[in-house]
Design a protein around this ligand. Structure first.
Ligand code: BGC
Ligand code: NOJ
Length: 818
């Protein structure tokens, strides 16, 4: 317990006991297609599939106070007005508790002897957010009170909704039917969907016009209707449609009442209307009837719990570190599902109208998610591949609803295509589904084309090979993984987005990070072809690997570490010769992971340089020294003040690459120490500095050049989720899916004597116990599977389980994977 709350690992919840957290602490509702952002005060909004094109409720980013707008319940209890989640009224509560769980949030507030509990969740497979509401009279006297629910509707297209008032203030329409409020803006024309905000209990009034409910000059903390204690039964006609129900309660001493509000997205189909322009409400009424009893609501909630137990059951660890256990078993996997679903679209730092599904981001997200729901990963891989162009480059982002590449951002980030190889190979290793390689995907710029996924992978390899610079290293294009390393853009115009700025023609700027990623991808392809029994192709990939390795070792070694890049004039970036930006993290991670520096000591030297120059107790800094001034030839990276984001911030995503590299080189103590340095669960004790949610990774922690060293920012939607899950589950704990079974290759601190992992793999459960009697970091000495000794460190495939695996680590290595 620190000042704000604590973990409840048994319940798989984070418990917040003060509403005024250092930043709003967010959770997500929904796991399939219908999502809600839900903060610890109930703030946030709801959308179906696409936060830009199908936004159901409104949210104003940049609001004051922060995090205003959401799913609210107002209580008027003898003139005392409050919200169980504290906001928006901010009346001091006698008791407040918020429990963020997996796909749900439970907020309880109490005042003056009345306790209100709100449980928000989305039942599996449904397009409805349920607010289970329980109101208790904890006094010895009868109590009368009035409740008012509140949501503000968004007119679906969120960008238009917040910018085009000359139209939007004239088109809002609603219908009211019993306890159901139907938001139907544009339903008379081209929309075939509406939003239902209903209550499963009879109501005593309603409002649908914001001006009537809140008041033209009032804020959400002082709605006129709530103050008056009486709804106005307003009907929105344009302006800002809202949904609010009034419920009068009379509770005997100790009595309680339970009911639910439903916020649903409904696609209608024919017949669209009951009468001219009156919605056919059959589906809405059916939904309200379905959840009319608390039992039905509870059953749906239990189903959600089962979904999560099952998903998390794919990987469970019991190791000597409580932070690692908690993150791996609960929160890290949970965050992986969220990043898989939402990529970088909707969070408190991503507005849902900006970035869509990122090509490189979503491919990497698959690495942390594929073990949970491989079928969904399969579809995502095919969707992503379909936004690749015939030349090998990719649309950098696509819109989730349309699955079409975003032409504004375009492409030419010359790392993008290579990530598709990593996600595809991870998927096949997880499932054994080689058929995906033959799936007819086609290219985005060749309508109707049907080239296979394997063709895409080959195109990706070919693109990098065919676009190399004077040192034989891959061209960087607009940028590589580091979106801000813009070596070709030379931007002078302050209003220009670095992301959209064009590049100079014919530039020769090269990326060592892409070279390392290519090494890794080529080896993945070599292994894939070997498994496909295509030795010639495997050999060809081996040759590509060797050739690139040669370029890396001859051109990209700086003496103590790997260079980061060569700029447009072939000057080194990330070299001891540079005044600033002498050493970068990304190329150390990827060159080592790609197999560079293995036989010549450079891998160890590069990692030692990371330790000396970049590691801090708050994580590994992206580069040092920070850039103090803007450099035209380096781009956005130098636009940030020193210590944040890509300019010497701690970018948690790339930290995990180093964790994996440490594991690959057998440095178990350091791997754990580095892991804990960015692990949110380990940040509770410094939460006043850290500020972000202690249960999910943040994209960035301010580096030591910043005045707020250690402050986390941009939580939730970050590749850190997937990569740390990979680094802990496969690197540290060493359970690695492979084409023909699970490979066991842990890298742990020497004082870990024993730990266990349960892994579901291709439908079979493997219960793995790892003993370390000799106190080593790495190396499997022997292994038994269901009591039988196996040769090497691979658990063969079984048809049924559970399969008991005993592993002994030790000095006398039998074999490690190549
Ligand atoms: C950020 C990057 C991000 C990019 C995406 C930049 O401003 O610094 O982290 O990847 O925008 O558009
Ligand atoms: C965040 C972006 O989503 C990701 O694509 C990029 O690699 C990193 N920032 C680093 O710039």
């Amino acid at each position: 317990m620190h000042g704000y709350g604590h973990f409840d690992d048994t319940a798989r919840e984070y418990v917040i006991l003060r509403p005024d957290t250092p930043l709003p602490w967010l959770n997500y509702l929904g796991q399939d297609e219908f999502f809600g952002l839900c903060t610890n005060t109930g703030g946030g909004y709801t959308f179906w599939r696409d936060a830009k094109l199908r936004r159901l409720t409104r949210y104003r980013y940049n609001n004051v106070p922060m995090d205003l707008g959401g799913r609210y319940l107002y209580i008027n209890h003898n003139g005392s007005i409050w919200n169980p989640g504290w906001k928006p009224v901010q009346t001091t509560l006698d008791r407040y508790e918020c429990r963020h769980g997996l796909g749900y949030t439970r907020i309880t507030g109490a005042k003056g002897g009345i306790e209100v509990e709100l449980l928000f969740f989305v039942p599996p497979g449904e397009n409805v957010e349920i607010w289970k509401t329980t109101v208790r009279n904890t006094t010895g006297k009868p109590q009368r009170l009035t409740l008012f629910s509140f949501v503000e509707f968004c007119l679906y297209e969120a960008l238009n909704d917040m910018t085009n008032y000359q139209r939007t203030y004239s088109i809002g329409e609603v219908e009211v039917d019993g306890s159901g409020i139907y938001h139907k803006t544009e339903y008379r024309e081209r929309r075939d969907h509406y939003t239902l905000f209903g209550c499963t209990r009879p109501i005593d009034g309603y409002d649908t016009a914001r001006d009537a409910f809140v008041g033209v000059h009032n804020g959400l903390h002082e709605p006129q209707v709530v103050r008056a204690g009486q709804a106005r039964n307003s009907r929105a006609f344009g302006w800002n449609p809202i949904g609010s129900h009034q419920i009068n309660l009379h509770l005997a001493p100790g009595a309680s009442e339970t009911f639910a509000f439903l916020l649903a997205y409904i696609e209608q189909g024919e017949p669209k209307f009951d009468q001219p322009y009156v919605i056919n409400k059959t589906k809405g009424r059916q939904l309200l009837a379905k959840y009319s009893t608390p039992v039905a609501v509870d059953t749906a909630f239990e189903a959600l719990g089962k979904v999560w137990s099952n998903l998390l059951g794919a990987y469970q660890a019991e190791c000597p570190n409580e932070h690692a256990n908690r993150m791996v078993n609960i929160w890290n996997q949970y965050q992986c599902l969220v990043t898989f679903n939402l990529s970088r679209t909707a969070s408190l730092f991503e507005t849902g109208i900006g970035r869509g599904m990122g090509f490189r981001d979503s491919n990497q997200d698959i690495l942390g998610f594929v073990h949970m729901l491989p079928e969904r990963a399969r579809q995502r891989i095919l969707d992503l591949a379909a936004t690749q162009l015939a030349d090998g480059t990719c649309f950098h982002q696509y819109q989730p609803l349309t699955k079409k590449g975003n032409a504004e951002i375009g492409g030419d980030f010359y790392d993008d295509h290579l990530w598709l190889i990593l996600s595809t190979c991870a998927y096949i290793k997880e499932t054994g589904d080689r058929a995906i390689l033959d799936a007819p995907v086609g290219y985005a710029d060749k309508p109707g084309s049907r080239e296979s996924l394997l063709h895409h992978l080959e195109t990706s390899i070919a693109y990098t090979l065919n676009h190399r610079g004077p040192h034989g290293l891959p061209l960087i294009g607009h940028a590589d993984w580091n979106d801000c390393l813009n070596l070709n853009c030379f931007s002078k115009e302050p209003n220009e987005s670095f992301q959209c700025a064009g590049d100079v023609d014919g530039s020769v700027a090269e990326s060592v990070m892409i070279a390392g990623l290519f090494l890794y991808a080529a080896r993945e392809m070599e292994q894939l072809f070997a498994w496909l029994a295509r030795p010639d192709a495997a050999q060809r990939m081996h040759g590509h690997h060797q050739e690139m390795l040669h370029a890396v070792e001859t051109e990209a070694w700086d003496g103590q570490w790997y260079l980061r890049a060569f700029d447009a004039e072939s000057r080194p970036v990330g070299s001891a010769k540079c005044d600033e930006g002498k050493i970068f993290i990304e190329s150390q991670g990827w060159c080592v992971l790609g197999g560079a520096g293995r036989d010549n000591g450079r891998a160890l030297q590069a990692l030692q340089s990371v330790h000396e120059h970049l590691f801090t107790p708050n994580g590994i800094i992206l580069q040092q020294p920070a850039y103090s001034a803007y450099h035209l030839e380096l781009g956005e990276i130098t636009s940030y003040p020193p210590g944040v984001k890509e300019n010497a911030g701690i970018f948690c995503h790339n930290n995990a690459w180093i964790h994996l590299a440490l594991c690959q080189t057998g440095q178990g103590e350091r791997a754990l120490e580095y892991y804990l340095s960015i692990c949110p669960s380990a940040k509770e004790r410094q939460i006043e500095t850290y500020r972000s949610e202690p249960y999910v990774y943040a994209q960035m922690i301010a580096g030591r050049d910043a005045s707020c060293f250690g402050e986390a920012k941009n939580s939730w939607l970050t590749g850190t989720a997937a990569w740390t899950f990979v680094s802990v589950s496969q690197g540290l704990l060493g359970v690695q899916p492979d084409y023909e079974g699970l490979l066991i290759d842990p890298c742990i601190p020497k004082d870990w004597t024993e730990y266990k992992v349960t892994r579901r793999f291709r439908g079979v459960e493997y219960k793995i116990t790892i003993n370390n009697p000799d106190g080593v970091n790495r190396g499997v000495k022997c292994m038994t599977v269901d009591g039988k000794t196996v040769d090497g460190n691979r658990i063969p495939l079984f048809e049924t389980g559970p399969v008991e695996v005993e592993v002994e680590l030790g000095k006398a290595l039998v074999r490690l994977p190549a």
